[in-house]
Design a protein around this ligand. Sequence first.
Ligand SMILES: [Zn+2]
Ligand SMILES: [Zn+2]
Length: 138
Amino acid sequence: MKTIEAQCRCGAIGLKITGEPVAQIYCHCDDCRAAHGAAYVASSIYPAQSVQVERGQPAPVVVKATQRMRCVACGTHLFSEIASVGLRSVNAFLLPKGEFNPQLHVQCQHAVLPVVDNLPHYKGFPASFGGAEEFVAW
Ligand SMILES: [Zn+2]
Ligand SMILES: [Zn+2]
């Protein structure tokens, strides 16, 4: 099975990720924006057991609702727990080059910055994520 490694910016925490992502997305939700201090966030989502901490001790933080794991030394956000569906959402900026191939934008209703590209721009979530097939007009 395919295995990739990712680490925080200082290297104290290392992740081992096995298998293929369930989805790779850009999230514009207010929770991600607040946690990252960014206009939107790149996420690569895997079954929780596919994302293992190999090295170091990430610390949980909750900004709004989602539990996110960070490195306390450098502040890098590593992954979020989407515990209700048994998924972990990895900060896609930490993946090796070429491993992030985004398929869609979600939670565009919260967007502060329209991102015009050829991907679908969901108002909330797609039906496969339990949402409605509604889009924003970018
Ligand atoms: Zn670090
Ligand atoms: Zn989000």
